[in-house]
Design a protein around this ligand. Sequence first.
Ligand code: C2E
Ligand code: MG
Length: 613
Amino acid sequence: MRSRVELARRFEPHHFERERPDGTVLDIRGIPVPGRGFVTIYTDITQRARAEPALRESEARFRSLTELSSDWYWEQDASFRYRSGSGKAMGGIRLADLILGKANWELGLDIEGGWDAHRALLERRLPFRDVLVQGSLPGLPKMYARLSGEPIVDEHGNLKGYRGVARDVTMEVQAQERVHYLATHDGLTGLPNRAHFNQLLNRQVQSARRYEGRFALMFIDLDGFKAINDTFGHEAGDILLVEMAARFSGSVRASDVVARLGGDEFVVLVQEASDIEQVNAVARKILSAAIKPVTIEGRECRVTASVGICMFPRDAQDEQALLRNADVAMYRAKAQGKNNVQFFSADDDFRSLERMALESGLRQALLHNEFLLHYQAKLDLKTGAISGVEALLRWRPPELGTVLPLQFMALAEETGLIVPIGKWVLKAACDQNVAWQRQGLPPVCVAVNISPRQFTDELPDDVATALQASGMEPHLLELELNEGTVMGNAARSVRLLGELKRLGVRIAIDDFGAGFLSLAQIDGLPIDTLKVDRSVIREIDGNTGDGSVAQAIIAMGKTLSLTVVASGVETPEQQAYLSEQACDEIQGHQFCKPALPDALADLLRRHVPRPGR
Ligand code: C2E
Ligand code: MG
């Protein structure tokens, strides 16, 4: 490098700065003028020279802050292409390597409001703030960022570009998306939940009204789900629900919506369904999807589905009416033997009113003292004595006569009303038993039916309370549970039955032979009595008196040392056959019909035992 003096001597231009002893700083430029020597220009740059260290310091501070900050800083040129960018993206990749030389819309990203609107804003040189951009840059997973920027203009007002910041908000947005998902979807099956479905249905109704569209709403309820839940436990029930959700979703078009309203209730929105046949075909697919076996804990389980369908606009024109009518149609499907499809019909409106009236009547019945018990005696075939009575519930709503359990028990069970009603039955039966004894009648065992909904941890307490309040001896009470109630969940049944046995009461399995239980399953249970179902007794041939199923059940019941009671005995032939098979007891119209307490007291008083009847 040549010195300034040397440059001057060699007649070349030169430029340097000098600080004078008084502290001023001069900028000195020497320009050679041929034949005339040099023109030297001195400029006082004291102020600038003093500002420079401050500027350098400020730049260094800015750099260190941008490096520390998790935000990204960027600058774009006048055609909105990145010319610089600080910061690192996921995996330590330098952002600059991905974006330099490209405009945002060339990066394959999406922006809220769309790129056209954003470019129009840039053309107008407007600032923008916190605009959401999403997408994935090459080699990176999907990300979300919020961009803010402002235009850079030169001293003449010409656009030089944009500068701004970007903030990675991927985690934030994903968390929000997750919260939204959880609020709108069923946690178990991942299907839209009730709240979300209501919104979707609302939108569907609006759009169908506007464009004169037609669609169908399908209400699906699983038949026998409760038995699986009670038998195998809630986890097994959950597995079944998840499987059903997947099968239903697989049975419809991608544009249709399957949602879970709760429990074992599903709905399907069948879009653009003008043709009843087409909707029927979808419903049939759903029925066959439901009925295929599901393996739970190594065992094959099977449920069926009952489907009710309401068509828009034919059957209903708003969301509430659609849901209500599809539900009503579904109930008709249940009433018609389950595992079938029913379309809503105007008659259903009337039936649903009936059902609602029944439900509200049932709710009032306990308060208004409208229940009573009839009693049906059982006969000991060996001694000819009355071995006990069964309490049978009757409902007498004002001006309606006597309503039998068949007409209200399913509704009581479904609504849970059976729980308080069942408590009342226990108490009333025990009180009656004690009342008969006080009238001087011989102590007689009273059997009370217990519904599946009552077979919970509360039952032993309810039984103990009824016994205590009446003062009845526990061995005079027998609880009748049907097969479905004790089936399967063996551990829970054994525990609950054990608790009941410890109270000193007797346990009977009711309706045996009607369903699923085998004697082998009963073997482990602490029970005393086996009541053979009416359907088995009915099969005993009136002429030949042949009943092989009844015979086998009686024989096996005896090997387990159980008292075997035949229910629904209607003819002398049946009684004779059962007597021959050494069946212990019979119950049925042949001996005695259910009767009011006073009539039964008469029977107890007058009955003369005739051994070997
Ligand atoms: P279940 O426990 O099997 O009761 C026997 C049913 O058969 C009674 O019907 C009885 O009237 C009827 N029955 C008795 N002998 C004959 C006969 O020879 N022929 C015919 N065809 N029927 C006969 P009911 O009283 O209508 O009760 C029906 C069912 O309702 C009962 O069946 C029981 O499961 C349920 N139930 C009745 N009372 C109660 C109750 O207090 N609580 C609960 N949870 N369920 C009850
Ligand atoms: Mg019974």
